[in-house]
Ligand binder design. Structure first.
Ligand code: ADP
Length: 192
């Protein structure tokens, strides 16, 4: 099974992805986590990415796509959850091409829908309270990340709607409620 978890920063993609990894034995491919890993290692790529991420902008498609290609080509399983990728139309088209070459097929794009006000308060909370706080979790950069989401990332919705792959999930409820909703869609997909 190949799933894309799609939604704005703070929508809960990471939390839900973890649940799906455990339950369905899928491999999570989070481009944000890969970049943060590269930053920790202090690689050239990490240094380049950090400046861009701290501004709230998108890292270049070239970097992102080569990371994704490498992970997919070396993976031993055939089940994946993409989290934070694709983030624009170019990445969505490139992913199709990569999957086609590997003879894999995308099953579902799950959009977790959350209103901006709630995203802002969730991330402000994460910045205040969590040990997982990130250097891009502050009010100003978050505003930029939300803008980038609305201007570039949301543009991939019609692309997947047309392919009949997109489902919208209400992401305003509890972690459990969101998870139940996601599972409902996955079950109907598996039954088909
Ligand atoms: P969030 O969605 O919560 O903002 P992520 O961890 O997915 O967080 O991404 C953090 C940052 O990493 C983004 O703001 C962006 O700079 C960079 N990034 C992650 N994934 C991509 C991608 N697919 N394309 C371009 N930049 C990306």
């Amino acid at each position: 099974m190949i799933i894309i978890l799609f939604g704005p920063p703070g929508a809960g993609k990471g939390t839900q992805a973890q649940m799906l990894v455990e339950r369905y034995k899928l491999k999570q491919l989070s481009t944000g986590d890969m970049l943060r890993e590269a930053i920790k290692e202090g690689s050239d790529l990490g240094k380049e990415a950090k400046t861009i991420m701290d501004r709230g902008d998108l890292v270049s498609d070239q970097i992102i796509l080569s990371m994704i290609r490498e992970k997919l080509e070396n993976a031993e399983c055939e089940g994946f959850i993409f989290d934070g990728f694709p983030r624009n139309l170019e990445q969505a088209r490139a992913l199709d091409e990569i999957l086609r070459k590997l003879k894999l097929e995308l099953d579902l794009v799950i959009e977790i829908v959350v209103e901006d006000d709630m995203l802002i308060s969730r991330i402000e909370n994460r910045a205040r309270e969590s040990k997982d706080a990130r250097s891009d979790d502050n009010a100003e950069v978050l505003k930029k990340r939300l803008n980038v989401y609305h201007q570039s990332t949301e543009m991939i919705k019609p692309y997947y709607l047309e392919k009949d792959k997109l489902v919208e999930i209400d992401g305003m409820g509890s972690i459990e409620q969101v998870r139940t909703n996601i599972e409902k869609h996955l079950l109907s997909k598996v039954k088909q």
